[in-house]
Design a protein around this ligand. Structure first.
Ligand code: SF4
Length: 355
């Protein structure tokens, strides 16, 4: 489906919205400078485009400048309640502020945050979350719902627009996948502000990735969304690995790299396809540089001659396995046979030749 075109917003060096690639985000969870820096650099190496950190106090504000000096990715300060933290974070050089105007108090405070962000060219992300809906909205709608989430987004947008501030990104998150999808669909029909997609409190690596794939991936495939975060109860770099796979599966990935197509195996397979596919994925993840440019190679790992040659031919590279060996394909043509134990290294070699 065609992508819905939103207005373009710049977060430091990364542009989102419009026709820009969908940006991958994550968030650190360490508490001290060394730990935060280590996580940010690991995320950067894994291919993260934008990183966010919680700024709960002035001690954290004081390390923002040093983080900016040592991290190439744009940094987003995540702030709740205390508008002074937003002002000081903006002065410290962050690239975006995430704050909900509705929870920082009177209009003078909202105006102060809008003014400093306008002066420094910083976008503000309004982050509506099903777990922290305003009490007046909850009272009006009776429960958390897609319409209630939408009403909160509108309320917060209007609080910024009141001060002529429209450098806005919006996220509407819920731990309910259908609700989050419905709210984002309603929003995208009415506004052209860029959308940051996420399923909140999604869960562990496996279940959280599945929720993200359905919620975020479903919206992306339908043309909605400009930047994503896959929230996982897992090491932070896993959010980037999962996010990238969701982008590939939804047809919105514009970077280089490899997409593996592998068969589920059945009684016809006479090699260990599960081991081969996992080893290949691991080697790709650890040995190939993550690049936001270049071609996405499709590599098919197939267990037998039933569907193997067909899929292997359709992909950029492939292997159709037989009795203890595999027939390699490159650009649709069979090239040579290798032993089962050499399949992964042979594919890695072919991948490096094509990249
Ligand atoms: Fe089974 Fe062959 Fe299909 Fe793999 S490619 S699932 S081994 S029939």
């Amino acid at each position: 489906m065609e992508r819905r075109i939103t207005r373009q917003i710049k977060i430091g060096s990364v542009a989102i919205g419009g026709n820009n690639p969908i940006a991958l985000q994550s968030m650190t969870n360490a508490r001290d400078y060394d730990g935060i820096l280590e996580q940010m650099l690991a995320l950067q190496n894994a291919g993260c485009d934008i990183v966010r950190l919680a700024v709960p106090d002035m001690d954290t504000v004081r390390i923002l400048g040093r983080l900016k000096e040592n991290v190439a990715m744009p940094i987003v300060a995540d702030i709740h309640f205390d508008y002074r933290l937003a002002l000081e974070s903006a002065h410290a050089g962050v690239d975006k502020i995430r704050i909900n105007p509705g929870n920082i108090g009177d209009l003078d405070r909202i105006k102060a945050v809008a003014n400093i962000c306008a002066q420094k060219g910083l976008p503000i992300r309004i982050g509506v979350n099903g777990g922290s809906l305003e009490s007046d909205i909850l009272q009006k709608y009776g429960e958390v719902s897609a319409d209630a989430l939408m009403a909160s987004a509108v309320k917060n947008i209007q609080l910024l627009e009141k001060f002529d501030f429209d450098n806005i990104v919006v996220s509407i998150k819920s731990s309910s996948v259908p609700m989050m999808m419905a709210a984002n669909q309603i929003f995208s029909e009415k506004y052209d502000y860029p959308l940051h997609l996420g399923v909140t409190e999604a869960g562990t690596l496996k279940s959280g990735t599945i929720k993200g794939a359905v919620g975020i991936g479903g919206l992306l495939a339908g043309g909605i969304g400009d930047t994503i975060r896959v929230s996982l109860t897992a090491p932070v770099v896993e959010e980037i690995h999962s996010g990238r796979e969701i982008l590939k599966a939804s047809g919105r990935y514009h970077g280089g790299g490899v997409e593996i197509i592998s068969c589920p195996t059945c009684a016809r397979a006479s090699v260990d396809i599960i081991a081969i596919a996992n080893e290949l994925e691991m080697q790709i993840e650890h040995n190939l540089p993550h690049t936001t440019r270049g071609k996405l190679l499709k590599v098919a790992v197939m267990g037998c001659a039933v569907n193997g040659p067909g899929e292997a031919r359709e992909a950029d590279l492939g292997v159709a396995c037989g009795n203890g060996e595999g027939l390699l394909f490159s650009k649709g043509r069979p090239t040579h046979k290798v032993l089962e134990s050499e399949i992964v290294s042979a594919l890695m070699q072919e991948i490096s030749l094509l990249q």
